[in-house]
Write a protein of this length. Structure first.
Length: 301
């Protein structure tokens, strides 16, 4: 992590490299023990350009660490046939022992609800934590699969050296994939947590109390330096395209004058997300192998 005038810059790439090294070792050990690498299936309903870039990056990252990644195209011309084909594809992947983890392209096409995925995906292969069983395990404080982005935000916070227990933490965003799991993890870590959203009346009044601020709104420039408590640790999860450039939800220039530490966009939480997704995949593969060899060990791994 580099230092600049004002806030310490929390960079994702070096942490992601470290995680990938651990993943590659886990993949090699799994392959040595099982005679095949862990497999990731990336399920796609219609190849819309922005998410394809993200998915192709994941498949490339799989290849770099030895994971067998594959793209599964779901056919269908209308939402009803496509939803049925998606369900069938997920059932097939659930039953395939060479597939250790499954992720589904988001957002789904219009007319196909998330419930189609949730009803079909095996929670043991749900490495991005969208299944209610995994969300419920997190809420109850047990081990499950946490959405990789939320995990990345918390990992970044942990690496910042910030003390979570006893801290005032503010999360902007209440989505099931980022805001709410982040809030649950902060509560588990002992922070006092406020969750803000689009109906919050005075956002700045809340953010100014935050020792830890995690922003996941998808609104460029939502948080400025004037809205921060001096010395806050700021984790910017937002990804927005403005004038052809990627920017976060935090106005970096003003915020870095006030914060003690801050993540850049790009280069902060983003690189960590993919690396952690692969780490989740290796964990899923190891659990499934343990359960196959010793069914009584279910849930222990
Ligand atoms: P989302 O489902 O659209 O949720 C956005 C949340 O922000 C909602 O809870 C919304 O409130 C709240 N919000 C919107 N405008 C607000 C405002 N003006 N003031 C306060 N709160 C506001 O988005 P998401 O999937 O959680 O993603 C959030 C951001 O993270 C996006 O920029 C996305 O691109 C980014 N992201 C990054 C990664 C990564 O790897 N770094 C991965 C996934 C997503 P309501 O609930 O009231 O509508």
């Amino acid at each position: 992590m580099t230092t600049q005038a004002g806030a310490r810059l929390l960079e994702g790439a070096p942490i992601a490299d470290e995680i990938r090294t651990g993943v590659a070792a886990g993949v090699a050990a799994f392959e040595a023990a099982n005679g095949r690498p862990p497999g990731l299936a990336v399920v796609v309903c219609g190849r819309s350009a922005p998410s394809m870039v993200y998915l192709e990056r994941i498949l490339k990252a799989c290849a770099q660490v030895g994971i067998a990644g594959r793209l599964v195209d779901v056919p269908g011309d209308d939402p009803a046939t496509q939803a049925a084909a998606l369900t069938a594809a997920l059932h097939e992947l659930n039953a395939d022992d060479t597939v250790s983890g499954i992720i589904v392209q988001m957002p789904l096409p219009a007319g196909i609800g998330l419930k189609v995925v949730v009803d079909a995906i095996d929670p043991a292969k749900d490495i991005d934590g969208i299944h209610p069983l995994n969300a419920g395990l997190l809420r109850l404080g047990f081990e499950g699969f946490v959405p990789a982005t939320a995990h990345a935000a918390l990992e970044m916070l942990a690496r910042s050296g910030a003390t979570v227990a006893g801290a005032e933490a503010v999360v902007i965003g209440r989505s099931p994939v980022v805001g709410m799991p982040v809030a649950s993890m902060l509560v588990k870590g002992g922070a006092t947590v406020t969750v803000c959203h689009s109906r919050t009346r005075d956002l700045a009044a809340h953010t100014r109390t935050a020792d830890i601020l995690i922003v996941a709104a998808g609104v460029p420039g939502l948080v400025t330096g004037a809205m921060l408590k001096p010395g806050a640790v700021v984790i910017d999860v937002g990804i927005n395209v403005v004038d052809g450039h990627l920017v976060g939800d935090v106005d970096f220039a003003s915020a870095s004058e006030v914060a003690a530490a801050i993540t850049p966009v790009p280069g902060g939480v983003g690189p960590l997300t993919n690396a952690l997704l692969l780490a989740h995949l290796v964990r899923a593969a190891q659990r499934q192998a343990t359960e196959r060899s010793d069914p009584a060990a279910q849930g222990d791994a």
